[in-house]
Design a protein around this ligand. Sequence first.
Ligand code: ADP
Ligand code: MG
Length: 253
Amino acid sequence: MTTENHKIEISALKKQYGDLVVLRDINLKVAQGSVVALIGPSGSGKSTLLRCMNLLVTPDAGRVRIGTDTFTFSKTSTLPSAKEQARFRSGTGMVFQHFNLFPHMTVLKNVMEGPVSAKGMPKAQAAELARGLLAKVGLADKADVHPQRLSGGQKQRVAIARALAMQPEVMLFDEATSALDPELVSEVLNVMKDLAAEGMTMIIVTHEIAFAREVADTVVFMRDGVIVEEGPAREVVDNPKEEATRSFLKHFH
Ligand code: ADP
Ligand code: MG
């Protein structure tokens, strides 16, 4: 596959905190419209990797390309301007374990906020966009309520709508269902599955191995800041090549 078909390209990415090396030398390519499930034990660097892609964490070295935007990092280079960072960041929508919705705003306002304040979109247009996205995540009837009236699964679906409102090129999910009561997990996974079916390019950090096997094209197994194994989702889940992957997956049977 040629480079142009890759929506995301991460090259030689490194990050350490003091003496702790969190990302050793990460190389990862994600094809346009494909879904990568990133799995691995706690502390392996999954969140740090996603956060580097969103510049929430500044890598020590390496390169991140998303679409046509490239950022190169090194100890000596100066950081790009705030404006360039904001533009780069707007290419990715991120959904976290905790939803961080604005409690004082209605659901509709939560979804409208990004386009209005960061992009200067006219309010009427943002409201129309937000209503469409709320319908897409199955919450058209919740537009006018405040977040505290929603279940965890509903809040997370609002968080997904809010991320989509910025019209990102890629979506990054960091354990989006880990904080939910078990009966609320599937409604969020179903929204993610719909997005995948529509061709959204996504990286999903998850412990939902059955979901990863079913929905992801590629499963990437990380441990100690290294990509240990990477391959077609079913192959990696059903028949891992590496002993480390096998022993990690044993926890999920
Ligand atoms: P994962 O998401 O796979 O659980 P993380 O990326 O959150 O892993 O963390 C990887 C390692 O980096 C862990 O040992 C964690 O304690 C450490 N770490 C993460 N963020 C920081 C930080 N801001 N300062 C110091 N150490 C950090
Ligand atoms: Mg994490």
